[in-house]
Design a protein. Structure first.
Length: 459
């Protein structure tokens, strides 16, 4: 076999986010093929062969690529609507529009969502897609195709809903699937697209939408399906006080107890939001290894509340960061979530001791990798791990006077991305995508947003 080609990055600050939070004020990273070969202080070792590129990264901080653990790509084409609503009112306002999506819309929206994240340092993304209107086309295939074209590592959480308005849920009747239809389509998606290998670029999770949009039968059967197929489980949990009230009224227990009763706590499960959790809920997550996707901007946008992230971390719960759908986070990029996670949690009970800049960076990298079940492969800069990393330019006006590079990245303005690598392949150069035309994507998303608005207006 031919020797792997090497890329050498030198003269940079490095935050490895390894178990010891090792950092180098002036160091190097060597990529060999799709793996990290070396990370250390000073210049790269001499005598390296097959070096195809050397990058002088003076003025840059190198970190693991950011990992997004919760999103709804299709919402890219419904941004800026229902801006003063809480979650349930927001869903009621937008479900009739979302129920009109089709394959072309979903593909364009996925392109827009992925492009915004990738150009801002995300190297591993996920999409929780749960709206599958009848006759809308191959929505899962369209999303996966957009991720492959952008070049990011990707998890599709194949969602589903079977509790419509006639059953006491929120979605329109024609926007949901039957129990058996959802299970069959989910299994087909896993069998067609899931890659369990170490360097997989596409993985699938089983992801019924939420307690208030799926039946208990679908939730329980979805968990059994995921475990039979050997994939992870994802859903929304404990997002609002209204959800907690709904669970008590319908099931006679709170969300966490309900999830446990249906087999939905475990090391193979992660849940979005987890805002309204008491001490026993947190203990249950810690005991079972259930993960959390923390979405601070969306939680604030929908007035859901402040998640108890410091308490979750102290208990040992895996926690990553999520953009959430861009109908509740119009910027659509993950760097904002590092800053907002730190700032919003300092408004809570722990105040200035809630989170540090380095904890925020860990949430966005290793924490996210752990939540997605990929901590052995990505999330930190260590020899043998996959070559997913970002070069952040901290030499500009926005950051040059901040001495600590991690503080500059987390608390400063959004840092320019000089280069982003996924699986050893560069996908961003000087803030622009290399494999997708951003201007074409912008036009496409605008056109599909307008088409969707016209269709919704006909109702």
């Amino acid at each position: 076999m031919a020797a792997p080609q090497r890329i050498v990055i030198e003269n940079c600050s490095i935050a490895t986010v390894d178990a010891d939070d090792t950092e180098y004020a002036d160091g190097h990273v060597v990529l060999a093929g799709n793996r990290i070969e070396a990370v250390g202080a000073g210049r790269a070792p001499g005598g390296l062969t097959d070096v195809v590129r050397r990058i002088d990264a003076t003025g840059h901080l190198v970190t693991p690529g950011l990992v997004n653990t919760h999103h709804h790509f299709y919402q890219w084409i419904t941004r800026g609507l229902a801006t003063d609503h809480n979650l349930f009112d927001w869903l009621v306002a937008l479900y009739p529009t979302w129920a009109r999506i089709d394959e072309a819309m979903v593909y364009a929206a996925a392109q827009g969502s992925l492009a915004m994240m990738a150009r801002g340092g995300v190297t591993c993304a996920m999409d929780h897609h749960y709206v599958y209107p009848r006759g809308s086309g191959d929505l899962s295939g369209a999303i996966i195709r957009a991720a492959q074209e952008t070049g990011v590592r990707f998890t599709l959480a194949r969602g589903s809903m079977d509790r419509s308005r006639k059953d006491g849920g929120l979605p329109p009747d024609f926007a949901v699937e039957t129990l058996q239809g959802a299970l069959a389509a989910t299994e087909e998606t896993v069998r067609r697209h899931h890659d369990a290998s170490f360097d997989a670029m596409t993985q699938i999770a089983v992801a019924p939408c939420s307690p208030f949009s799926v039946s208990t039968e679908l939730l329980r059967a979805g968990g059994e399906l995921a475990r039979r197929l050997g994939v992870r489980l994802h859903t929304h949990g404990s997002e609002t006080v209204e959800e907690e009230k709904f669970c008590h009224e319908l099931f006679g227990m709170g969300p966490t107890d309900y999830f446990e009763s249906t087999g939905w706590l475990g090391e193979d499960v992660w849940m979005a939001h987890c805002v309204h959790m008491n001490d026993s809920d947190i203990a249950a997550f810690a005991r079972t290894g259930t993960g959390v996707a923390h979405c601070p901007s969306s939680n604030a946008r929908l007035a859901a509340g402040i998640a108890r992230v410091p308490d979750l971390l102290a208990a040992g719960v895996p926690v990553g960061l999520g953009v959430d759908g861009t109908a509740s986070n119009e910027s659509g990029e993950l760097h904002t979530e590092l800053r907002n996670a730190l700032l919003i949690n300092r408004l809570g009970a722990h105040r200035e001791a809630a989170l540090t800049a380095r904890q925020a960076l860990r949430l966005a990298t290793f924490g996210g990798a752990r939540v997605l079940g990929r901590a052995a492969e990505i999330g930190s800069l260590e020899p043998g791990k996959l070559a997913d990393l970002v070069l952040w330019n901290l030499g500009t006006l926005a950051h040059a006077s901040i001495a600590d590079p991690v503080t500059a990245l987390v608390l400063g303005a959004a840092a320019p991305v000089t280069a982003s690598f996924v699986n050893g392949r560069q996908i961003v150069a000087d803030g622009r995508l290399l494999h997708v035309d951003e201007d074409v994507v912008a036009r496409s998303t605008r056109a599909e947003a307008q088409r969707l608005a016209r269709l919704a207006a006909q109702d």
